[in-house]
Design a protein around this ligand. Structure first.
Ligand SMILES: [Zn+2]
Length: 586
């Protein structure tokens, strides 16, 4: 058994200290390494760069260590007995992906703190964690000693299991609740003023719906929402019996506020999303991920299925569980459709390709991403919507995607078989005689438009387009346009002019030779500021040409820009037959 000891070395300096006792049976080399990425977040992050002062000793003598590569070491014990490896870990990444520590809270994934002993990877791991005076500790890792939510000793069955148990510590606010017969807890770290009782009640509704949806078989014995609350932040990462969350203080329900506003809805959607992953990606997962290879990129074309279906259900569950009304739900769906179809990326990349290149394109987005890639989350959610509606229609409303997923999870998730690219389509064909291959080929492997309007019409909903308010926003509802012309670029108004952030392909700004990062300082020889902006955009008509002065880096240039008509980028889902809609929404 491997024994890790983790303690706060210097909270103000963001330093953990880790000691690892390795049982050695005799002389021979052992390889130690840290993952380069963490499951669920598909980007090389090189966690090992935060380790320092790595030493090893045995029976009072130093053991030789060799540096192998950016994330691996080799040690050479000379005899049988315990070798202790010690090191410091710098923890200053305030995200759910790595590790963070200061005087007020601590959070870590074991993939950032615990070295894997490659030769002993399948051995059980025991972890003793100590915390500063007055702090509590929350983790889904099975406990060996210590009282409820206190420091103590924990155990994981092997290294892969270990890195699926994040740890949150600090003067925590912990609120327990039961959902679907299972113990859950909302754990809050950081300054907050939340109405935790209310949040727990809303979370319970979400959890109960999902547990019922998957046939009352939660793939965990208990579940923790481990939440870091900050002034401004957002993020979530799924784990086997917990989720790590980062949210803004304003996103948590405030006391005495009955309605679910957009901020709090965002938090509930995030919780719903990560919780859904307990089935869809934590247990049912791409066969390529069996097992995870964390030393380098691990490719799959299936992320659209795992993130797309999860994204479809995160808000759908909120509606079905009675937390958001039909109008709000349809607006959220309209938002997603509007975002997916705003730019040219959707015509250039399929979601299979988007999944495959998650590492370099989706996770490393830049000013041109709108023009070149599609989100496997957002378009994946629309594909899931199409699948849900298609399955309902093909089965005369006897089935829906949820019922199919329950069976599919039983067959490939509960059994840990994993999925290949055609597994789902084959399963639906064999089990229910519903053919989806043609649709999946077009929706997943091609860039052709999804049959959203046709399918929604079958459920009494018209998909309409509407003019966006301005160049910076596309939403799922009709709004009053504030501009009479469009620039064809997203921008940020600064004291020094309009900084272009994204220039849309073939639209006005690009046709005028403007680029992302250019700063427009004058239009028609008048200075552009935040204050004059609205006036400027109201003054002109589509087709008129103006002189634009802009800086590219520190070089001033001028160009002629022909305004285009405001774009019809908003998507509005309008209920035309409430009777038919009953077949899909409660
Ligand atoms: Zn996700």
């Amino acid at each position: 058994m491997l024994q890790y000891r983790i303690c706060v070395d210097n909270a103000a300096a963001h330093q953990f200290r880790v000691a690892l006792d390795i049982p050695v049976t005799g002389p021979g080399a052992l390889t130690l390494r840290l993952p380069a990425w963490i499951p669920g977040s598909y980007m090389i992050r090189d966690f090992a760069r935060n380790l320092s002062k790595v030493t090893a000793h045995q029976a009072g003598h130093a053991v030789a260590i060799d540096l192998v590569d950016k994330q691996s070491w080799r040690i050479f014990p000379q005899q049988a007995g315990t070798v202790t490896v010690e090191y410091q870990v710098y923890a200053f990444d305030l995200s759910v992906r790595s590790a963070y520590l200061d005087q007020f809270l601590g959070f870590y994934n074991h993939s950032s703190l615990c070295l894997e002993v490659v030769e002993l990877s399948e051995q059980p791991c025991q972890v003793a964690v100590s915390v500063p005076e007055g702090w509590r500790l929350a983790t889904g890792m099975p406990r060996l000693s210590g009282s409820h939510f206190a420091a103590g000793e924990f155990r994981a069955e092997n290294y892969q299991a270990l890195i699926d148990y994040p740890v949150l510590m600090g003067p925590l606010n912990i609120h327990e609740f039961i959902a679907g017969g299972v113990k859950h807890a909302l754990v809050l770290a950081g300054r907050e003023f939340a109405d935790s009782e209310r949040i727990c009640a809303d979370l319970a509704a979400i959890c109960e719906y999902q547990i019922a949806m998957f046939g009352h078989q939660p793939p965990f014995q208990q579940y923790l929402f481990l939440t870091m609350v900050v002034g401004k932040g957002f993020g979530g990462l799924e784990h086997s019996n917990s989720t790590a969350l980062l949210c803004s203080r304003k996103d948590l329900a405030k006391p005495n506020k009955a309605a679910i506003d957009n901020d709090y809805r965002t938090f509930l959607s995030l919780c719903s999303h990560e919780y859904f992953h307990s089935w869809n990606v934590k247990t049912l997962k791409p066969r390529e991920f069996l097992p995870y290879q964390l030393q380098q990129e691990q490719y799959t074309k299936q992320l659209w299925f795992y993130e797309g279906i999860t994204s479809y259900y995160d808000d759908y569950v909120l509606h079905q569980a009675g937390l958001i009304d039909q109008a709000t739900y349809l607006t959220l769906l309209g938002d997603t459709i509007a975002r997916v179809y705003r730019a040219a990326g959707v015509t250039k990349q399929s979601v299979a390709e988007s999944s495959f290149y998650a590492w370099t394109k989706f996770y490393k987005q830049d000013e041109n991403s709108h023009n070149s890639i599609v989100s496997y989350y957002a378009k994946g959610a629309l594909i899931a919507l199409c699948l849900d509606l298609k399955i309902r229609l093909s089965s005369q409303h006897q089935l829906n995607l949820g019922l199919v997923l329950k069976d599919f999870w039983q067959a490939y998730g509960a059994t840990s078989l994993g999925t290949e690219e055609t597994t789902f389509v084959d399963f639906v064909d064999q089990q229910y005689a519903i053919q989806l291959a043609g649709f999946i080929d077009a929706a997943v492997y091609d860039t052709s438009e999804l049959p959203l309007a046709e399918l929604l019409a079958e459920f009494g909903v018209s998909l309409l387009t509407a003019t966006s308010a301005d160049d910076n926003s596309v939403v799922g509802k009709a709004v009053t346009p504030t501009h009479s012309v469009s620039l064809g670029a997203k921008y940020k108004a600064t004291g020094a002019g309009l900084e272009l952030q994204t220039v849309y392909e073939h639209e006005a700004a690009q046709q005028a030779g403007l680029s992302a990062l250019d700063r427009i300082i004058a239009i028609d020889n008048l200075q552009v500021t935040d204050a004059t902006l609205k006036e400027m955009f109201e003054r002109y008509q589509p087709g008129q040409t103006v002189t634009v002065h802009a800086f590219r880096r520190d070089e001033l240039f001028s160009t002629e820009l022909t305004w285009q008509a405001p774009l019809q980028c908003n998507k509005v889902l309008k209920v035309t037959n409430p009777q038919l809609l009953q077949g899909w929404l409660r």
